[in-house]
Design a protein. Structure first.
Length: 251
């Protein structure tokens, strides 16, 4: 049984077995009993994940044609595939589960926000992204790519860039290099007044990233606080901890 590639879904299927092995090795260095693969596509990585003994496994796949192909190719997947969009999916397991996948590039940032929604149940995520998105997630302050995604993810997870994946590892080859990263939930998340205020603050700050913080954050702080030196900085100059600390001083 063959399948077709759908550009509308941003499909680039991993075909390089050595990359699949490297991802599986990174995964096997972590502890888990429940695993969710996002976007299995042609099943290159799935074939390795199904060999892991003693775990509960589910895969989330939007494309009905791929679901048919996967079920025909891997009979072990029967009743383990959730057909639908990860962004609309309910929590796939009770208790903790690890998330893994070669994420569709056109929704990869939204998938990260979904992981943040599920963070109380997701201790580890290993995912493949377009390299520039992967670098954004793991970047540090005072860099051009440090932004909303970097700060929000790093408040709750320790981040590690694992390795590059060349375009030739995919069919069809994308026009970009990819990167695999790992998120490991912090034992103690950084303290914030509330998650809602933290998200609001970080998004407001970076929406005007070229301006001093005093401008975009005016609605959230008393005038006297806005005179402090920290508000003369630009958002990319603040650490995750500094953003978190500011939430306790918001109106």
């Amino acid at each position: 049984m063959q399948y077709t590639l759908k550009k509308s879904l941003g499909q680039h299927f991993l075909t390089d077995q050595s990359v699949c092995k490297k991802i599986t090795e990174a995964l096997s260095a972590t502890q888990f009993t429940q695993l969710v693969e996002v976007g299995p596509g042609g099943g290159a990585l799935t074939s390795y994940l199904l060999q892991i003994p003693g775990i509960r496994f589910k895969a989330i796949e939007l494309d009905a044609e791929k679901v048919g192909y996967l079920l025909a190719t891997f009979p072990a997947l029967h009743q383990k595939i959730i057909e639908g969009n990860i962004l609309d999916a309910g929590v796939p397991f009770e208790g903790d589960f690890t998330v893994i996948g070669n994420f569709p590039y056109n929704i990869s940032t939204q998938i990260v926000f979904k992981i943040l929604d599920w963070r109380l149940q997701v201790p580890v995520m290993i995912g493949m992204f377009q390299k520039e998105v992967a670098e954004r997630i793991v970047s540090k302050p005072n860099t051009k790519v440090y932004g909303i995604l970097s700060v929000l993810v790093q408040a709750y997870y320790d981040v590690a860039y694992l390795f590059d994946v060349p375009a030739a590892a995919f069919n069809p080859p994308p026009k970009v290099v990819s990167g695999v990263i790992q998120l490991t939930r912090k034992k103690e998340p950084i303290a914030v007044k509330s998650d809602k205020l933290f998200f609001m603050l970080v998004k407001a700050a970076f929406n005007q990233r070229r301006k001093m913080l005093r401008n975009p954050l005016k609605p959230y702080f008393d005038e006297a606080i806005l005179q402090e030196e920290i508000f003369t900085k630009r958002p990319e100059q603040l650490s995750v901890e500094e953003f978190a600390a500011l939430t306790f001083r918001m109106k």
